[in-house]
Design a protein around this ligand. Structure first.
Ligand code: FAD
Length: 164
């Protein structure tokens, strides 16, 4: 990925303000998963191979007893619905930010093993059944399947553990 006016300079990781095809804009993502994944794309570009970095943005953070993972991207004011799945009072839930019933981003709080499905929901750009999204009795994979999008293979980015 060359993000400079000089095509001989390539950047990856925190320093790169790169065009993101999925988001349709330039974005600088200062997180570990991005720093781990972008260099392969930069290397391909250096070799003259067609390559674009389009991973769904992702980060995790551990704050004492609070473990959070965030997938996707939503700019301030860029959503018109927030859907909670799980128990927000017990801080064991997933929050989804949606626009026109499409999932733009989600944060799982003390909920594990859902990141690949969440990323696929974000990537699909398909409207979802928000009642099913909020219902912990409906597996997220079923919410995704109802959009007609096949689930993704595990990326290895997410933490492991029970959903609830
Ligand atoms: C305190 C802290 C906590 C974080 N926690 C999380 C987290 O929980 N989850 C998460 O996803 N991300 C987290 N991050 C962000 C994550 O660490 C960064 O996104 C990631 O390390 C960026 O990697 P990078 O290789 O792009 O940059 P860096 O890791 O900053 O590497 C850049 C390297 O370039 C070197 N350098 C700078 N200038 C020059 C120069 N002129 N010549 C030669 N070398 C130079 C630097 O010394 C450094 O080694 C955290 C960051 C910090 C600081």
């Amino acid at each position: 990925m060359s993000t400079f006016s000089d095509p001989a300079i390539y950047a990856a990781g925190d320093i790169a303000n790169a065009f993101h095809p999925l988001l349709g804009k330039h974005i600088r993502i200062k997180h570990w998963f991005n720093a781990l994944s972008q260099p392969a794309v930069a290397a391909k570009s250096m070799l003259g191979l067609a390559a674009a970095y389009d991973e769904v943005p992702y980060f995790y953070s551990d704050q004492y007893e609070l473990v959070i993972e965030y997938s996707g991207h939503v700019a301030p004011g860029g959503y018109n619905e927030a859907v909670f799945r799980g128990d927000k009072d017990q801080l064991k839930c997933i929050v989804f930010w949606l626009k026109d019933h499409k999932v733009l981003a989600a944060m799982n709080i003390n909920v594990w093993d859902q990141t690949d499905t969440i990323k696929t929901l974000v990537r699909s750009g398909q409207p979802v059944d928000t009642a099913a999204l909020a219902d912990t009795g409906t597996p997220l994979a079923d919410v995704l399947a109802a959009t007609g999008t096949p689930n993704a293979q595990k990326s290895g980015a997410d933490r492991t553990g029970p959903e609830s």
